[in-house]
Design a protein around this ligand. Structure first.
Ligand code: BES
Ligand code: MN
Ligand code: ZN
Length: 486
């Protein structure tokens, strides 16, 4: 889709015109000039009030042409943020597709860099669909919006918004690929291909090298599968001295059957999404190559498939991770944290000042926060608060959960190893985060995002469709861009 900044008046265009309108303040309708009153009355008939996530289509005969208008609600003026524009733009793109509108003109009021970026992101995210496996495409009754002309938009906002949204859609594409297509080997190959295309460094370690590095945690989780595990390290380096050096780590379970502690059917369904963190890492690295921030970023993930078999790791196994700590396996279905033990140990050896990890780690996090909000855990409140602040702009909801409960921490210290891979039912998202903290190097600022809920959706809404969401890509990119400007 083409997104452009344009200056146009009602007289100059014949295509459908869209307007973003605030609730109880339809002043943006002034743009319509002499057509304003007529459109206003037609919107009243449609009961359109400018409420958040509302959309109305009205048509009007002007001379001998039928003019089509889309009104999209932003919500109350004092309560709208840039995500309101992102959502409005996505709803508009979705509606345009249904109506087979190929070209649209949009008046959204006075636009700065941030709002232009948000509108662009919304349009590109809202146009996303994963239908490559539909033999018969639904093209007959829908076509993608081909060009969006935004009145008075900021060109740089459009450019950056496109990079952000395309990286997120790319991540969604990989998440949505099933386990028979994306396995640890093909996921690592995909990362390598992205790196090659964008001039990034990328090193892939095979199962032999994984053992040589002492990554017995990752190796153990992967050894039950017919496809062996891989470890992937991508690097983006800016020209000149970087402002900071950080790592983004993702959980990369290409399928999670639970292993010997096998999941029942209902819970196993959708577990192709258990690689969402790793997919976000790949999407972020791809975008960084285009955005060129002055920050050195290491993108890291272990890729494995958690399967039950004669070679699978077992409950009771005691495994040594790369940093020397031993892990006793209580439950083979708590496998993500085991693979992350090695990924975090590795990342800690790179001389980075900060690590962000993203993982579809626990069902418990979804019980705590619902499926639309990620859990945020940190060993540095200021770092955590920075991400929380950014997430208010990006619309990627996250909420901080506590790490200071010493008695709860005891639950993963029981048993015969240094740590136990499950702390039981209560506070399951927190004990999982506490487990991860054991593998973060001294003095490194760390944020863990449990994205089990928002990484994948059962039904579409706002700028999301059913399936993978690419959650985390925009918030991490925004944070890195901010570091670059410091
Ligand atoms: N990948 C799952 C977590 C998950 C659940 C992600 C639902 C998305 C939706 C993880 O590996 C897992 O199985 N966690 C267990 C941990 C338990 C065995 C301690 C869980 O949450 O039940
Ligand atoms: Mn699991
Ligand atoms: Zn898992």
């Amino acid at each position: 889709m083409e997104v452009r900044s344009a200056t146009f008046s009602m007289q100059e265009v014949n295509e459908p015109v869209a307007l973003f309108l605030f609730e109880d303040d339809l002043s943006n309708l002034d743009f319509l000039g002499e057509l304003k009153e007529a459109v206003k009355r037609l919107l009243e008939v449609e009961n359109f009030k400018g409420k958040e996530e509302s959309l109305a289509k009205v048509s009007l005969l002007v001379g001998d042409v039928v003019r089509v208008f889309y009104a999209v609600g932003l919500g109350k003026k004092d309560r709208t943020g840039e995500d309101s524009y992102r959502i409005a733009s996505a709803l508009l793109a979705k509606k345009a597709r249904k109506d087979r509108v190929k070209s649209l003109y949009l008046f959204a009021g006075k636009l700065n860099y941030r709002l232009s970026k948000a509108i662009t992101e919304g349009a590109i995210l809202g146009s996303y669909r994963f239908d490559k496996y539909k033999t018969k495409k639904e093209e007959e009754n829908s076509t993608e919006l081909e060009s969006l002309h935004i009145h008075g938009a900021d060109e740089e906002g459009i450019r950056v918004g496109r990079v952000f949204a395309e990286a997120q859609n790319f991540t969604r594409d990989i998440v949505n690929e099933p386990g028979n297509v994306i396995n640890p080997i093909s996921l690592a190959e995909l990362a390598q291909k992205v790196a090659q295309e964008h001039g990034l460094e990328c090193r892939v370690y095979d199962e032999k090298e994984i053992q040589e590095m002492g990554m017995y945690a990752l190796w153990s989780v992967g050894k039950g599968s017919a496809t062996p595990p891989r470890f992937v390290h991508m690097v983006y380096k800016p020209e000149g001295e970087p402002k900071e050096k950080i790592a983004i780590v993702g959980k990369g379970l290409t399928f999670d059957s639970g292993g010997l502690n096998i999941k029942t059917g209902d819970y196993m369904r959708t577990m192709k999404m258990d690689k969402s963190g790793a997919c976000a890492v790949i999407g972020i690295m791809k975008a960084l190559a285009q955005l060129k921030p002055r920050v050195e970023v290491h993108g890291i993930f272990g890729a494995a498939e958690n399967m039950p078999s004669g070679t699978a790791y077992r409950p009771d196994d005691i495994i040594r991770a790369m940093n020397g700590k031993t892990i006793e396996i209580d439950n083979t279905d708590a496998e993500g944290r085991v693979t992350l033990a090695d990924a975090l140990s590795y990342a800690s050896n790179l001389g980075v000042s900060r690590i962000i990890d993203m993982a579809t780690l626990t069902g418990a996090c979804m019980v705590a926060l619902g499926e639309y909000t990620a859990g945020l855990f940190t060993n540095d409140d200021a770092f955590g608060d920075e991400l929380l602040e950014i997430s208010k702009l990006t619309g990627e909801r996250m909420w901080k959960l506590p790490m200071d409960d010493r008695r709860l921490r005891e639950k993963i210290k029981k048993g015969e190893g240094d740590v136990l891979n499950s702390g039981g039912r209560y506070g399951g998202a927190i004990t999982a985060a506490m487990f991860l903290e054991e593998f973060v190097g001294e003095g490194i600022k760390w944020v863990h995002l449990d994205i089990a809920g928002p990484a994948h959706l059962r039904e579409e809404f706002a700028y999301y469709s059913k399936g993978g969401t690419g959650y985390g890509v925009r918030t991490c990119l925004e944070y890195i861009m901010k570091l670059s400007e410091k």
